[in-house]
Design a protein around this ligand. Structure first.
Ligand code: PMP
Length: 413
C-alpha cells in the first residue's frame, strides 16, 4: 500500500485530530496553494476586471483571463470565449434554462433528463417544460441505480429538443454512458447538456470529443473555492442565445432607451464576477494538472479498498455500479436507519452523508428513503478507511442490539 503524498498539501489535515472526511462529493477540501492564491489576490492584487486601465486592474484582468484559458484547456474546449463564469453548476444550468427560447424549444417538443439527476439538473427543466408547454421525459433507471441505456436511447426522437444528463451520479457515483446518449441526440438535432459536477475531479473531460453543446461544473468539488463555476457552451449556440442578466460588463453601448451587448464571453457575465474565486480555481487546476496521475491512482486504490471492506459486512447493500464508478459509494444497511448510523459515525469523528443526496426521485425509483454515501478524494488514506469500516461495524452491532430513537430527517439538507 502506498503512503499518500498529497495529504500534506491540505492544511485541513495538519490540524489536531482532523475529521475523517468522507464527504468530498459535497465539497472537497482545498490544498494550501488554492488558499494561498485567494489570499494573495486580496492581499496584493485586489482590483476589478475589465473596467479600469490602471496597472493593478490590467494585471488582475490578465490573470483572470489566463484562468479562463486554463479552463478551456482543462475541458478541451475550442475557444476560451466558450467558457462563462458562474456561481456553480446550479447557476450554469439555470442560465441555460433561462436563455433557451422558443427557437430551440418548439411547441410540442420534449425535454429528456435521466432518472439519476441531482435536483439542479431536473427542477430547472421542469420549469422550462411548464413555461414552454413541453413534455419532460425521464430516461429510466433500474432497481440497482443503473441507467437503462437502450430504453434511454429509444426515448431520443425527432421531437427531442434537449437532453440533460449527469456524467457521474452524485448519489451513487456511477458513470453514465453519456457518449452514446450525446451521439444519438445529435442524430436528431437535439441539444445536449452534461452536468459534470461530480465528474471533473475524477475523470478527464474533453467537450469536443464528447460533442455536447453545454458542459457545467463547480469549482468547489474539484479542490477550488466555493462560489465559482463554469458554463461551457458551443460558441455559435451561445452567440445565438439572448443574454442572461443585464448590467455592467455585459454591455457594448447604452443610451437611455437602448443597449447593445458585448460579445462572448462577457455577454453572459453581468456585474463584478467572483475574481478571487477565479484565481483560486486557477490554482486548483494547477494542482490537478500537476498531480493528475497520482490523484487517479490514489482514488482507485482507496475505492477498491473501500468496496472490499464494505462487501464483507453482512446486511449491507451497495448501490450503483462498483465497476463503473468514481470513488463515491452509496450503501444501506438492512433494517437500520441511515440517520442513526450517521449520528454514531459522527460521534467517532467521521463525516459521511446520509439522505436522498438531492436526488429524491432516484430514491423513489430505488424504493428507499436514502443511502449513506462515502465519497473519497485524493487526500484520504487507507487508515481512514480502516477506521471508518471499524466504526461502521461497531455502529451496526450497537444499533442491532439497542436501536436509537432519532427523528428521521435530522441530517437532510
Ligand atoms: N449536479 C450534481 C451532480 C451535483 O453533485 C451537485 C452538487 N451536489 C450539483 C449539481 C449542484 O452543484 P452546486 O451546488 O455547486 O451548484
Amino acid at each position: 500500500m502506498i503512503e499518500n503524498p498529497l495529504r500534506a498539501l491540505f492544511p485541513q489535515f495538519t490540524q489536531a485530530n482532523p475529521v475523517v472526511y468522507l464527504d468530498s462529493a459535497a465539497t472537497s477540501h482545498k490544498p494550501q496553494s488554492v488558499i494561498d492564491r485567494t489570499t494573495e489576490f486580496y492581499t496584493a492584487e485586489n482590483s476589478n476586471v475589465h473596467r479600469s486601465s490602471h496597472q493593478m486592474a490590467a494585471h488582475t484582468t490578465a490573470q483572470f483571463e489566463a484562468v479562463r484559458k486554463q479552463v478551456q484547456q482543462f475541458i478541451g474546449a475550442a475557444n476560451s470565449k466558450e467558457i462563462i463564469w458562474t456561481k456553480g453548476t446550479t447557476e450554469s444550468i439555470n442560465l441555460v434554462a433561462a436563455c433557451l427560447t422558443a427557437q430551440q424549444l418548439k411547441p410540442g417538443s420534449e425535454l429528456l433528463v435521466s432518472g439519476l439527476e441531482h435536483h439542479a439538473n431536473l427542477v430547472p427543466w421542469q420549469q422550462v417544460a411548464q413555461r414552454f408547454s413541453l413534455s419532460l421525459k425521464i430516461m429510466p433507471v433500474d432497481k440497482q441505480g443503473r441507467l437503462e441505456l437502450n430504453q434511454a436511447l429509444r426515448l431520443i426522437n425527432t421531437n427531442t429538443a434537449l437532453v440533460a444528463i449527469a456524467q457521474v451520479s452524485n448519489a451513487l457515483g456511477n458513470i453514465n454512458p453519456i457518449a452514446a446518449i450525446i451521439a444519438k441526440a445529435k442524430t436528431v438535432g437535439a441539444l445536449t447538456l452534461v452536468d459534470g459536477a461530480q465528474a471533473v475531479a475524477h475523470l478527464k473531460v474533453n467537450v469536443q470529443d464528447l460533442g455536447c453543446d453545454f458542459y457545467v461544473f463547480s469549482g468547489h468539488k474539484m479542490y477550488g473555492p466555493t462560489g465559482i463555476g463554469v458554463l461551457y457552451g458551443k460558441q455559435t449556440l451561445l452567440e445565438s442565445l439572448p443574454p442572461y442578466q443585464f448590467g455592467g460588463e455585459m454591455i457594448e453601448h447604452v443610451s437611455y432607451q437602448h443597449s447593445s451587448f458585448q460579445t462572448l464571453p462577457y455577454k453572459y457575465e453581468a456585474g463584478t464576477p467572483n475574481i478571487a474565486g477565479v484565481m483560486g480555481l486557477g490554482a486548483a487546476l494547477n494542482f490537478m494538472h500537476e498531480h493528475r496521475d497520482v490523484i487517479d491512482d490514489i482514488e482507485n486504490q482507496l475505492y477498491r479498498y473501500l468496496i472490499n471492506g464494505l462487501s464483507q459486512i453482512s446486511g449491507l447493500r451497495l448501490w450503483g455500479e462498483v465497476d463503473n464508478s468514481v470513488a463515491v459509494q452509496s450503501f444501506t444497511v438492512e433494517g437500520l436507519s441511515q440517520q442513526d448510523l450517521v449520528i454514531l459515525l459522527n460521534q467517532q469523528n467521521i463525516a459521511i452523508r446520509a439522505g436522498h443526496h438531492c436526488a429524491m426521485p432516484l430514491m423513489q425509483t430505488l424504493g428507499i428513503e436514502g443511502t449513506l454515501r462515502v465519497s473519497l478524494a485524493c487526500y484520504n488514506t487507507f487508515d481512514e478507511i480502516d477506521y471508518f469500516l471499524q466504526a461502521l461495524k461497531s455502529a451496526i452491532t450497537q444499533l442491532s442490539t439497542t436501536p436509537m430513537q432519532v427523528k428521521s430527517g435530522a441530517f437532510e439538507p
